[in-house]
Design a binder for this molecule. Structure first.
Ligand code: SF4
Length: 205
């Protein structure tokens, strides 16, 4: 929506700390349809450098709900993001994703490709993937990034995290991500499991 305001006003947004202006801009200018390109987003920076291929496109009609859902998809609770909280408070939309109607139109089961980013490769070093689908693998990588932010990732140094269709019906003592690894000693359900569900599962371990 920043394309709808002047350059001077954009600088003003930064002076005012971004969150409140973002929320109020969306109160003033209504959106009817929101399309989010999640084909190959970055791990943590808008200008790129650490791409994580997810092969997903999201669309919706409530900007707060869409941002809440995407926040969850990259491992944050919506109430941790100040502008989402403010936008919900002033009635731009709803951040209640638990009661949202979410329709999955198609599932991408293409196999995740190795990343050339050193940062992503470091996270991938904790993973043993066998034919993992791109959305599943991307959710895991984002969960591992959040664990790393919290200083917890090193706890998985000696316990590889298993993911992918190659683990179907394979029993073992590993930690598994997704329904393909349901025969592992410990695994989290979902196809794919969301980043926040993976994050909670790994934190509990
Ligand atoms: S759990 Fe689903 S999304 Fe994940 S690797 Fe298996 S088939 Fe793909």
């Amino acid at each position: 929506m920043k394309g709808c305001i002047s350059d001077r006003e954009k600088r003003n947004f930064h002076t005012r700390g971004l969150h409140k202006p973002i929320a109020y801009l969306n109160k003033v200018i209504k959106q009817d349809f929101i399309l989010v390109d999640g084909i190959c987003g970055d791990l943590d920076f808008e200008e790129g450098g650490n791409p994580v291929q997810m092969n997903r496109i999201f669309c919706g009609t409530d900007p707060v709900l869409i941002d809440s859902y995407i926040a969850e998809n990259i491992g944050y609770r919506p109430d941790e993001v100040a502008y989402i909280r403010i936008a919900d408070d002033i009635g731009v939309g709803s951040s209640d994703i638990d009661h949202a109607e979410i329709i999955v139109l198609s599932k991408d089961q293409s196999i995740a490709k190795p990343s050339s980013s050193r940062k992503v490769q470091k996270l991938a070093g904790y993973v043993q993937a066998k034919d993992a689908c791109s959305p599943c693998y991307a959710n895991l990588i984002r969960a591992l990034a959040r664990l790393d932010d919290e200083g917890l990732l090193c706890r998985f140094k000696n316990t590889p995290i298993l993911i992918g269709q190659g683990y179907k019906a394979m029993a073992g003592s590993g930690i598994g991500i997704g329904q393909c690894t349901s025969d592992m000693h410990k695994s989290v359900a979902g196809c794919p499991p969301s980043t926040s569900i993976i994050l909670d599962f790994l934190k509990n371990l």
